[in-house]
Design a protein around this ligand. Structure first.
Ligand code: ADP
Length: 270
């Protein structure tokens, strides 16, 4: 079994000694491999909508004289180009998150504002399926972070909760403080996730049910983005689920320490 890579170099020191140095290349090889896999997966994922757009456009030309067909194919064309747009957006977002591990726009951020913006972003799509987004009562908790990225993370969890739930159900969004951390929980009454898949849903392009994910416009990158955003903030994301009953995803972020923030600000001003 291969456990790692070492690179050796040897140099002669005078005629009695040989200096041998070893570099551990395991980590950089692993990163190379992950990058190669990502590029291979991206190519595969892009081929589906691009292929469909090509075919639909050709069919549209052939069906140009039949208004009913034109409408049908043009509508499918819009769906496929929207899919391509969403995929491109997520790929760019994820690449950006992977290339920086420091946060550029970090500030003391109200969790309430982040959660409210994420709920608002999903309100229309939830209402269309009579899914009620239930917000917990207001919270004064604050974290250090990039409000835009945090909103993307919470919004991705809410979007999934809605996407993988039947109509006329409820999605709850709660916030609480626990041992120096702020915890945001998103709970649904949806299809749930089999235990054997729980570990893998945060992987890029991993889907429990690929057909369902594609049919609902999923890119397979939503949870990978959440994991990166939360990781960059020194937090974590976890999931509990019961197939057929529903799922809960939680994001934990270190709670901002107001005294520390003030002290740092004063120091910076000096
Ligand atoms: P996708 O774009 O496919 O939704 P994600 O990375 O957001 O990609 O999620 C990965 C997979 O995890 C989904 O395809 C789905 O199978 C599963 N999943 C995510 N959230 C939920 C949820 N709330 N309920 C059930 N399954 C979920």
């Amino acid at each position: 079994e291969l456990v790692g890579y070492l690179s050796f170099r040897a140099a002669q020191l005078g005629n009695r000694y040989v200096l041998v140095t070893a570099d551990d290349l395991t980590e950089s090889r692993r990163i190379d491999e992950v990058r190669r896999d990502f590029v291979a997966n991206i190519s595969h994922e892009l081929k589906t909508p691009i292929g469909a757009i090509g075919l639909l456009s050709e069919t549209l030309v052939l069906a140009a004289d039949d208004p009913a067909h034109v409408k049908k194919f043009a509508t499918q064309l819009i769906t496929e180009s929207e899919r391509l747009g969403a995929l491109t957006k997520d790929i760019i977002e994820l690449s950006r998150l992977q290339s920086v591990d420091t946060l550029e726009n970090s500030e003391e951020t109200s969790i309430d504002k982040v959660v409210q913006a994420a709920v608002d972003a999903n309100e229309v799509i939830a209402r269309a399926r009579d899914i009620e987004l239930v917000r917990a009562k207001r919270s004064k908790l604050r974290v250090m972070g990039d409000p835009g990225l945090l909103q993307v993370a919470v919004s991705n969890l809410i979007a999934n909760a809605v996407k993988y739930s039947p109509d006329h159900t409820r999605v709850g969004v709660g916030v609480r403080s626990t041992k120096g951390f702020v915890e945001i929980a998103v709970t649904d009454q949806g299809v749930g996730i089999p235990e054997s898949d729980l570990d893998r849903v945060f992987e890029r392009f991993y889907r429990v049910d690929p057909a369902r994910s594609r049919a609902t416009g999923g890119t397979g990158l939503g949870l990978a983005i959440v994991k990166h955003v939360v990781g960059n903030h020194g937090g974590d994301v976890r999931v509990w689920s019961q197939p057929g009953k529903g799922s809960t995803f939680t994001i934990r972020l270190p709670e901002a320490d107001p005294e520390l923030t003030t002290a740092l600000e004063e120091q910076l001003e000096e």
